[in-house]
Design a protein around this ligand. Structure first.
Ligand SMILES: NC(=O)C1=CN([C@@H]2O[C@H](COP(=O)(O)OP(=O)(O)OC[C@H]3O[C@@H](n4cnc5c(N)ncnc54)[C@H](O)[C@@H]3O)[C@@H](O)[C@H]2O)C=CC1
Ligand SMILES: C[N+](C)(C)CC(=O)CC(=O)[O-]
Length: 479
């Protein structure tokens, strides 16, 4: 993979702006070419949404943002890049023209991807010596991990490595077909929806409720076939197919046809959509969507299912730098979902951050997932939290951890929650005991864990006792 972490965005609209945010917030420099005089403003607004949402998916800090630049020529925008992403309007003639220009200026080793929703790579490359692959994203590109890759196998493999490094899920489509995989499914649902609305069976809002109150939730974590596998009950998929296969002969869909896009139909759909969502601006709807997606995707991290597994794998790649003499055990952004009616981070999440810091420190001394799977761990037996300052959504936060004592069965830690300016927002003094998970009784840790903990305890012994250590609730500060 090229060492250059610079991407060119050709076409900075809804999707190009999302690509710019995906690369930029993962530490890449981004060079944009888009003749629209409003492109810089539009991308700026997408970046505002992305900075608010993407970091909240992670329990570790993302890399420092790359540099964003706008260029008046394709040649300038493509200088020294390792990825070119084309996101111009879905017109094959325009894409051919653009890719001929890209081919002229892009470095020979650069990946050239098209965001096209439906064209095949053979169509994009027809008549020229271009080497475009389909790299089809899903809006919002900075949050949804799926990128469908279609085209040259070697280029797709290299593209997949790069996409994984910026938190995406590259899905290589085995054979090219119009609209790849996901858009064919989306098109089917959209066509049927148009018929249902045209025939007065439901409104746009009722159709959306039918999706988001039912299978839409299921699809977010298990897709279509795993869901149907469960629907077959103990008899499984074959029973499901036997029971519901015949329905494919019945008129449960009109997909053989699509309603004529008359002015009446377009007005019908548009009027109902306005009635459903017209009270919110697109940017407000986008922020609501992002908050919902972040909450759902964070929930999937616990089981590692679907997008949750992608987030966990990407998070494992993110480095955490030490802070002075103390290890940084949490380095993250406060998610919107952690704030409450007082407009700041809720008290419960200070303890959640502390628990994350303790888990990270346990990993650092070898009491990691494998250690727990072997039947040994630590249990927290006492916490003392001091709330010293508010934390707000989108705020960067670090936790440093000092070992106050670490011998025998005991592990006595002091976590300090630091704001971006280094001030202390909270402290959590926490006492843990080592446990035998089979006997459910205290036990001494394995020698390697005991030795690693003793090393930290010895190194921290020379540090001043942190302010607040040993306090009890309501203790007066010395005047
Ligand atoms: N909107 C969506 O939900 C999705 C769209 N896509 C695909 O992404 C591509 C772009 O779609 P959108 O972002 O929605 O369109 P858009 O209309 O929002 O953005 C297109 C951008 O291309 C720019 N542009 C036009 N001619 C150009 C040229 N000669 N050189 C450079 N830039 C030029 C325009 O100024 C505009 O900013 C299409 O192929 C579409 O199928 C893929 C996934 C989702
Ligand atoms: C409607 N659409 C064809 C532009 C959808 C896509 O291409 C993917 C998406 O984000 O839904």
């Amino acid at each position: 993979m090229s060492a250059r972490k610079t991407a060119a965005i050709v076409g900075g609209g809804v999707i190009g702006g999302g690509w710019a945010a995906r690369f930029l917030l993962n530490g890449w420099d981004v060079q944009v070419f888009d003749p629209d005089p409003e492109a810089e403003r539009k991308i700026g607004e997408v970046l505002d949404n992305a900075r608010r949402a993407l970091p909240a998916l992670y329990d570790k800090a993302l890399p420092a943002e790359g540099q964003l630049s706008f260029h008046d020529s394709m040649e300038e925008a493509l200088a020294d890049v390792s990825w070119v992403q084309e996101s111009v309007p879905e017109r094959l003639d325009l894409k051919h023209k653009i890719h001929a220009q890209i081919n002229e200026f892009a470095p020979a080793d650069a990946i050239i991807g098209s965001s096209t929703s439906g064209f095949k790579p053979s169509e994009l490359n027809e008549g020229g010596d271009t080497r475009v692959i389909v790299a089809h994203p899903f809006n919002p590109v900075y949050l949804l991990p799926l990128i469908e890759l279609v085209g040259d196998a070697a280029i797709c493999a290299k593209a997949g490595d790069i996409l994984r490094s910026v938190g995406c899920f590259p899905l290589t489509v085995r054979k090219e077909i119009d609209a790849h995989i996901a858009d064919r499914l989306l098109e089917a649902v959209w066509r049927e929806g148009l018929w249902l609305i045209k025939d007065g069976i439901c409104t746009t809002e009722e159709l959306d409720e039918a999706i988001r109150m039912g299978f839409g939730l299921r699809w977010a974590q298990m897709g279509l076939f795993e869901t149907y596998r469960i629907a077959g009950g103990e008899a499984g998929m074959k029973h499901f197919m036997a029971q519901f296969g015949p329905a494919l002969e019945w008129p449960w869909t009109k997909l053989m046809d699509v309603p004529e896009f008359t002015d009446e139909l377009v007005d019908l759909i548009a009027d109902q959509s306005d009635a459903q969502s017209g009270h919110m601006s697109i940017r407000a709807l986008e922020r609501l969507r992002d908050d919902n997606l972040v909450g759902m995707m964070r929930a999937l991290k616990k089981s590692g299912t679907g997008a949750g597994g992608v987030l966990n794998a990407h998070e494992a790649l993110l480095p955490t730098a030490p802070q002075g003499d103390l290890p940084v055990t949490v380095d993250r952004v406060i998610p919107q979902s952690w704030t409450d009616y007082n407009g700041h981070m809720n008290e419960a999440h200070y303890l959640e951050v502390s628990a994350q810091a303790t888990d990270r420190f346990m990993e650092m001394i070898g009491a990691d997932a494998d250690y727990v799977a072997a039947g040994k761990s630590y249990f927290t037996v006492e916490n003392h939290i001091r709330y010293l300052d508010e934390m707000h959504a989108g705020e960067a936060a670090k936790v440093t951890t000092q070992v106050l004592a670490g011998a025998g069965k005991k592990m006595h830690l002091f976590h300090s929650l630091l704001k971006a300016d280094g001030s202390v927002a909270a402290t959590v003094e926490t006492l843990l005991l080592h446990m035998d998970l089979t006997a459910r009784k205290t036990s001494v840790p394995d020698d390697p864990v005991a030795a690693a903990l003793a090393t930290y305890a010895s190194a921290h012994e020379t540090l001043p006792l942190p302010d607040g250590a040993g306090r009890h609730v309501g203790q007066r500060d010395p005047s």
